[in-house]
Design a binder for this molecule. Structure first.
Ligand code: ZN
Ligand code: ZN
Length: 402
């Protein structure tokens, strides 16, 4: 039964192809940054409403988040297709999130076309601010995923991968306050906030020598004073702190804060710090990944296993994967050498290859959603694996993983 439904869903996507490509191009041409995605989220909501979904605009206290639902013919699982549609400051859609939002829209339309023959429901959850702000972290905390059984989203890339994880990550914001004075006539009366920043960087570089190889620490100075002849009374910096696992990333974060406290102590400046919502490491559900990869293989998408030495970024999908079984596959839209967050990747995100990738991403999600809704045994195995991995992760959170 399910192959017949998949064939119909695929035909629906082929019929919608030009329309979806136009939607992706419209989002690409109107880049909106974290929590400002008004046009992009409205466009996706309009499309879903038009297709007969029940749409709630603005969920979890986030204006540009949304949830759209369609119901099958009885009780069953709830599968969530997540949509990202935020752009990067200055760079626009250089991470290709125009494809991500549109692919989940397409998958939802395709599943809807056969949903009368399936139990359960499909939900599109619009999640803003992946690139900073952590929309999904907030939506998880506000219970938006409490009734979801499995979740997925596909990211554009230079390679096709399904079971790939991501690093845990936190952004740390540091502000030092000192005392201004004439840098030549009265330096002894000043408290140099910039020196506190510089010491922090030196301390962090010393710390780096003693971290596990998966840790990643990088910082920038966002305020270094106003003129060379004034002792800076204010200076600011931000660091990105990452590691393979959430537990260790939190330990490293505490050490970096100590580096800043030491810089403040040495100079007499006072330190204020804050963090953004932490992105947890992504734990891909391998049972779900296997089902997804098998579907992609039937479409001729050759899936590459992530290499153990793979370089990775971070995503707030990690937090979703800690509360429900989840995957975050990657679809090839460009040559392997072209990385995200570049002008080249922005151009690639509306190329013919990206448009093919968009449809393949939508097809993979639609087929796998049909599998999950039509096969309670698969859903049970996905959940069983999740219970096992979540238990393990809980041990790590308690710091017992050393
Ligand atoms: Zn990105
Ligand atoms: Zn991205």
């Amino acid at each position: 039964m399910s192959q017949h439904l998949k064939d119909r869903a695929l035909a629906c996507l082929d019929a919608q192809r030009d329309h979806l490509i136009r939607t992706s191009a419209t989002i690409h041409a109107n880049p909106e940054i974290a929590f400002q995605e008004f046009k992009s989220s409205a466009l996706l909501c309009d499309e879903l409403e038009h297709a007969g979904f029940d749409v709630t605009r603005g969920i979890g206290g986030l204006e540009t988040a949304f949830r759209a639902e369609a119901f099958g013919n009885g009780d069953g699982a709830t599968v969530a297709l997540l949509a990202e549609y935020d752009a990067l400051p200055e760079l626009g859609h250089a991470c290709g999130h125009n494809i991500m939002g549109t692919a989940s829209l397409g998958a939802a339309l395709a599943v809807k076309s056969v949903l009368a023959n399936l139990p359960g429901r499909v939900a599109v959850i619009g999640t803003p601010a992946e690139e900073g702000g952590g929309g999904k972290v907030i939506l998880v905390a506000r219970g938006i995923f409490n009734d979801v059984d499995a979740a997925m989203i596909v990211h554009p890339s230079g390679r096709n991968m399904v079971a790939r994880g991501s690093l845990a990550s936190t952004r740390l914001f540091l502000e030092f306050s000192g005392k201004a004075s004439h840098a030549a006539a009265a330096p002894e009366e000043g408290i140099n906030a910039l020196e506190a920043v510089i010491l922090t960087f030196n301390n962090v570089n010393a710390l780096r020598l003693h971290l596990r190889p998966d840790a990643r620490l990088h910082g920038i100075i966002t305020n270094g004073g106003t003129a060379a002849n004034i002792i800076p009374d204010y200076a600011a910096a931000q660091f990105s702190v990452r590691a393979a696992k959430h537990g260790y990333a939190q330990q490293v974060l505490r050490r970096v804060i100590q580096c800043a406290e030491a810089g403040a102590a040495a100079t007499g400046a006072t330190l204020k710090y804050s963090t953004n919502p932490s992105y947890a490491d992504l734990i891909p559900n391998l049972t779900l990944a296997q089902a997804f990869a098998a579907n992609w293989e039937t479409l001729g998408v050759h899936v590459i296993d992530p290499r153990p030495d793979d370089r990775m970024g971070s995503t707030d999908m990690g937090n979703v994967s800690h509360v429900v079984p989840a995957i975050h596959p990657y679809i090839k839209i460009t040559n392997e050498g072209i990385g995200g967050h570049t002008l080249e990747f922005r151009a690639a995100s509306i190329s013919p290859m990206a448009n093919d990738g968009l449809i393949l991403a939508a097809k993979g999600m639609a087929m796998t959603t049909i599998d999950l809704l039509s096969d309670p045994d698969l859903m049970a195995r996905v959940k069983h694996e999740f219970d096992e991995t979540v238990e393990k992760q809980k041990i790590e959170r308690l710091g017992k993983f050393e």
